[in-house]
Design a protein around this ligand. Structure first.
Ligand code: F6P
Length: 328
């Protein structure tokens, strides 16, 4: 391998810069040139790229976001778009390309592979942690800490005002961030798609534990952490429905994109460094259409085509524990 490309795609995640840095430094140590594409796959289609030398990745390990910029790329959904992207890789004489992103980005990579003769490897970077083949994705650990910091602050005001708060966390259709941050924040209830999808007609499942807590324990505040997309009409509507049913003020707080930013925590910098370096090493060893992941502290490859199968389970022990304390 003489020349590789690298890009970050989809929702950015803290630690993506650390992964770019590790890949560039590992490539340089193996005399491989690196081209970094801007704005995800769009950089391939629009010929927006730069050479990445070790000096370009100095002192970026501590920053959130991605120096290469990120984006989603609709053009890749078509066979013409994928063929155009493959052509761009070949025109630049790239032997391989590293895609840092989530399973949506890996699907894009797979469609390019239908037209491209070089190697493709994925590195899991998304706060959602919803990628099979790795215990953790880059950015997940930081997103939990960011959410926790916010929930702890909301607890102060919730306590002072004796209010019920619903705090909505990201995760698209997965509850990893919500379960982890909810447990670590000591939330009274956790709602996530995996185990507690609340619908308008089963609001009582939510209300009974609240009444129970207030009557028996004299709780002054009550925090419900809710994964986005859990309630059909949205978390604000859920707070309004609860206020009406309980006759107590409930407030909704949608945490939103704050969860995607910030300095990556140590665990994300370390994971990103390992996966970025390992991806280059595995390309040299001939890997193709694989994702570089870490399972049980072992770096390993996983087929890119299976990363979106959703077989990874949120921690069943935490789920069980949360359920019995909520119903206590
Ligand atoms: O995949 C990362 C993520 O932040 C999800 O948690 C969220 O559902 C989505 O991206 C938000 O996307 P956008 O930034 O396009 O609003």
């Amino acid at each position: 391998i003489k020349r590789i490309g690298i890009l970050t795609s989809g929702g950015d995640a803290p630690g993506m810069n650390a992964a770019i840095r590790a890949a560039v430094l590992t490539a340089a140590a193996n005399n491989i040139d690196v081209i970094g594409f801007h704005h995800g796959f769009n950089g391939l289609l629009d010929n927006e790229y730069q050479t990445l030398l070790p000096q370009h990745v100095q002192h970026i390990i501590q920053y959130g976001g991605t120096i290469l910029k990120s984006a989603r790329c609709k053009a890749l959904y078509t066979s013409e778009g994928a063929a155009k992207a493959a052509k761009a890789l070949e025109a630049l004489q790239l032997d391989a390309v590293i895609i840092i992103g989530g399973d949506g980005s890996f699907r894009g990579a797979l469609s390019i592979a239908e037209h491209y003769n070089g190697q493709i490897i994925g590195v899991p970077g998304t706060i959602d942690n919803d990628v099979d083949g790795t215990d953790y994705t880059i950015g997940f650990a930081t997103a939990i800490d960011t959410a926790l910091d916010a929930i702890d602050k909301i607890r102060d005001t919730a306590d002072a005002f004796e209010r019920i708060f619903l705090i909505e966390l990201m995760g698209r259709h997965s509850g990893y961030i919500t379960l982890s941050a909810g447990i670590a924040a000591g939330a009274e209830q956790i709602i996530c798609p995996e185990f507690a999808a609340i619908k308008p007609d089963n609001l009582k499942d939510l209300i009974i534990p609240i009444q129970h807590a207030q009557l028996l324990r004299g709780k002054s505040s009550y925090i419900i952490v809710v994964a986005e997309n859990s309630y059909p009409a949205g978390t604000t509507a859920l707070a309004e429905a609860l206020s009406e049913a309980l006759g107590i003020e409930c407030r909704a707080c949608i945490l939103g994109h704050i969860q995607r930013g910030g300095r990556p925590v140590g665990a994300d910098r370390i994971l990103a460094t390992k996966l970025g370096a390992y991806a280059v090493e595995q390309l040299i060893a001939g890997a193709h259409l694989m994702m570089a992941g870490e399972v049980n502290q072992q770096l390993s490859l996983y087929p890119l085509a299976k990363t979106g199968d959703k077989t990874k389970q949120i921690d069943p022990y935490l789920v069980r524990w949360q359920q019995y304390i909520a119903s206590d």
